[in-house]
Design a protein around this ligand. Structure first.
Ligand SMILES: *Cc1c(COP(=O)(O)O)cnc(C)c1O
Length: 364
């Protein structure tokens, strides 16, 4: 079977950067080979740069973005700990589920899907939470939550740890964890970082590590044990699990490419492509879903016009044009489309292709 080539403009995965694909084909190294350990430590250093942090505990976890989410809760909260979760979409709801499974006493603070979270409401939800969590880029709705505003609001009332989901923001829009004061964050390789799914970049501050659970319920995602392998030097390294060496080589290559282009340029490229897409969709007479002023450039949500079958349009995009876009999430599954312009695809060529194909299919 000849595999079709697709332009992946859904909510993830996106088409990897060519450098990331080439990285997968590099000779396989052992996970304790000095040559690999150098790639690993350079990857951690580059992740610090893209996260905007000096945290020593910055590393790629094995698993997709959801592994980062799970690690961020299981290592820091246990039975009875109060966790405030801001939720205005599917991934905020998933955080509530994960924190609940850790036994936490979860206080959800919801905002309508399509609207941003209210930082003051989140900060006022509980006087002494152990942790406050929010999603930076809500991929289910295309909304950007203002993490820079959330942290001071939380700090004004408590010294809770602040956790940010940066799965769809990292490599697409600015993430400045240390400047914002975020303690714990995670991401995924398959969205704006432009790598295949399989790794979850993760970071935690010294303040967070001081409060971590020493023997978390998850053995695989125990960041204390993983840290003994990833960040220890020389003979201090101990085997925990076999690092996914090929995926780390691929992430390493993508990060080098992103930093060679320059983070400000990469962000500007996403901003320009996202603005062009949103402008073009409006010119087709379509209505954007996310609240004006809070829209992500890398993930656009647009309402399916009345009388149009969402699934039929998506199938035609895929079969006739080789373009994948996403349906909506939750109750908006068939009334919203999600178009991701991430990583390599953040360019006018991809934008023009999907706008042109939609125009033909919709007959506009
Ligand atoms: C995609 C995504 C996740 C989950 O990542 P997977 O790679 O699907 O496990 C978590 N949070 C957000 C905001 C996402 O977009």
């Amino acid at each position: 079977m000849i595999l079709p080539e697709r332009t992946l403009l859904g909510p993830g995965p996106s088409n990897p950067y060519p450098e990331a694909t080439a990285g997968l084909a590099a000779p396989l190294l052992g996970h304790l080979d000095p040559a690999f350990l150098q790639i690993l430590s350079e990857t951690c250093a580059d992740l610090r740069t893209v996260f905007g942090t000096a945290n020593i505990a910055t590393l790629p976890l094995s698993g997709t973005g959801s592994a980062g989410m799970e690690a961020s809760f299981v290592n820091f909260v246990g039975p009875g700990d109060v966790v405030v979760v801001a939720a205005n979409g599917l991934f905020g709801e998933r955080m509530i589920d994960v924190a609940t499974r850790c036994g936490a006493d979860v206080v959800p603070v919801r905002a309508p899907w399509g609207q941003p979270i209210d930082a003051d409401a989140v900060a006022a939800a509980h006087p002494r939470p152990k942790l406050v969590a929010a999603v930076h880029a809500e991929t289910s709705t295309g909304v950007r939550n203002d993490i820079a505003a959330l942290v001071p609001a939380v700090r004004a009332t408590s010294d809770a740890l602040v956790l940010a989901d940066c799965v769809t923001s990292l490599g697409g829009i600015a993430v400045d964890l240390d400047e914002w004061g975020v303690d714990i964050a995670y991401s995924g390789t398959q969205k704006c970082l432009g790598v295949a799914p399989g790794l979850a970049p993760f970071t935690a501050s010294a303040r967070a590590l001081d409060r971590r659970i020493i023997k978390p319920q998850s053995w695989y995602l125990d960041i204390g044990m993983i840290g003994d392998y990833v960040t220890a030097s020389g003979g201090g390294r101990t085997y925990h699990h076999t690092a996914p060496v090929a995926m780390i080589a691929s992430l390493h290559a993508a990060l080098r490419r992103i930093l060679a282009e320059g983070l400000p340029s990469v962000h500007a490229r996403h901003a320009a492509a996202g603005a062009a897409l949103q402008d073009g969709l409006r010119k087709l007479g379509l209505e954007l879903f996310a609240a004006d002023g809070h829209r992500l450039p890398e993930l656009t949500t647009v309402r399916v016009p009345d009388g149009v079958d969402s699934a039929v349009v998506r199938r035609e995009l895929l079969e006739r044009y080789g373009i994948e876009i996403g349906g909506g999430a939750g109750e908006f599954a068939s009334s919203v489309w999600r178009i991701g312009i991430m990583g390599r695809n953040a360019n006018l060529g991809a934008v023009t292709a999907v706008l042109g194909a939609l125009r033909e299919i919709l007959g506009r």
